[in-house]
Design a protein around this ligand. Structure first.
Ligand code: NAD
Length: 281
């Protein structure tokens, strides 16, 4: 066991939720054996196992009572949320209202509203649509380059390809963030020029995704060419599976736990804050 809080993961039924619950157990944190979930699943499944720990599923209509029981039995708990974009704002305001610190990995929803609600409540939280620490570090580095050297790549042509499991319908948020830095570096490029690769054949043949990662991967290639074609640059970040996000989420929990103990004035954090603190295991 390490010095850390009990952790409740919503929802352990999800792909990320399950991976992060396992990572929390691996890290030696106590897993709260309850998990909020979407309406249909709690009824259909009832109870699931995470690393041999039976976890009871809590449907939305009884979550207030369940949270009060959990808070009594697991004082000091931190919640990790990996649910769905349509649940993100409601869940965050529910945790905030109840004064429970949380790590929000879920993407989408109204992000400005999310930050405003959390800030108004004064609850401790890490909000990060990208928990892969090294990916966040790369993203931040590109932004630093753009801030330091605006226009350095003026005139260059950019090509961006991103490949994810077929179920991901939207364009990679990380690709959009990197593209925003490239724009500041002087390149004309619209978000809708990002090429989404979702066909498994193209993923294997063209993007070189290992077959066993077709169900979960995040591959990105950014290719830059100078106006006369004599200079080329290429950046890639290729992630197989979900481990990197699960491990980053556990780091975020441990970071938040420290901030709470020190009663820091800042209460809302991003993954950049976690990286800056050197809070990596
Ligand atoms: P998933 O569909 O496998 O799981 C979503 C789970 O949320 C389901 O089990 C569902 O029952 C549950 N759920 C739905 N509504 C709920 C509610 N109101 N309360 C509690 N639970 C509810 O999806 P996934 O692949 O695990 O992805 C989940 C989210 O995490 C997505 O937004 C995805 O983009 C994001 N994600 C973030 C990172 C990151 O680094 N931050 C990495 C990967 C995925």
């Amino acid at each position: 066991k390490i010095d850390g809080p009990p952790v409740m993961v919503n929802a352990c039924t999800g792909k990320m939720g399950n991976a992060v619950a396992e990572a929390a157990v691996r890290a030696g944190l106590q897993l709260v054996p309850f998990s909020f979930t979407g309406e249909s699943e709690a009824v259909a499944i009832g109870n699931i196992g995470v690393s041999g720990i039976p976890v009871e599923l809590v449907p939305p209509e009884v979550r207030q009572q369940a949270l009060e029981d959990v808070r009594r039995d697991y004082p000091g708990l931190i919640i990790i949320d990996y649910t769905l974009p349509q649940a993100v704002n409601d869940n965050a305001s529910f945790y905030s209202r109840n004064g429970i610190p949380f790590v929000m990995g879920t993407t989408g929803g109204d992000r400005d509203q999310l930050r405003a609600d959390v800030e108004a409540s004064g609850v401790y939280a890490v909000i990060a649509p990208q928990m892969g620490k090294q990916v966040v570090a790369f993203q931040a580095t590109m932004q630093m380059m753009a801030d330091q050297f605006p226009g350095a790549f003026a005139g260059y042509k950019l090509e961006v390809e991103e490949s994810h499991q077929r179920s991901k319908v939207d364009t990679s948020g990380t690709a959009k963030a990197i593209v925003a830095s490239f724009r500041q570096l002087g390149i004309h490029f619209a978000d809708n020029e990002i090429q989404k690769v979702r066909d498994p054949m193209a993923q294997v043949d063209h993007m070189h995704v290992p077959e066993n990662a077709l169900q979960g991967h995040a591959f990105h290639t950014y290719s830059l060419r100078s106006p006369d074609g004599s200079v080329g640059f290429q950046f890639q970040h290729n992630v197989c599976g979900r481990e990197i996000y699960a491990e980053g989420s556990v780091d975020a929990v441990l970071f938040l736990y420290q901030q709470i103990q020190q009663q820091t004035q800042q209460r809302l954090f991003s993954m950049i804050d976690v990286l800056r603190a050197g809070a990596m295991r």
